[in-house]
Design a protein around this ligand. Structure first.
Ligand SMILES: [Zn+2]
Length: 91
């Protein structure tokens, strides 16, 4: 009896959790940001994490709403060619 009650409770909690999760997922689908590397070339320097060579990259960040880009920002960054860590950014 007790067991079945707690089972019901757990089911209800899980249902409300999945509901709020789907709201969050829905919001993420509506607004998302995407960073793309347009160009990159090797530059003198070293990654502080993996010791691989650094590259200077032209980045572009697209902010999209319902998959329609409405804001675009270009910026330069020095990033690791191996692990992708951004070592320095010029915005
Ligand atoms: Zn690295």
């Amino acid at each position: 009896m007790l067991l079945s009650q707690s089972g019901e409770e757990g089911k209800r909690n899980r249902a409300s959790l999945s509901l709020s999760l789907s709201y969050m997922v829905c919001f993420c689908f509506l607004v998302d940001q995407k960073s793309v590397v347009r160009r990159s070339k090797p530059v003198a320097g070293m990654c502080s994490r993996c010791r691989h060579g650094a590259t200077v990259a032209d980045m572009r960040t697209l902010t999209r709403f319902c998959y329609i880009p409405f804001y675009c920002k270009s910026w330069k960054a020095i990033m690791c060619s191996f692990c992708g860590t951004i070592l320095k950014s010029y915005r």
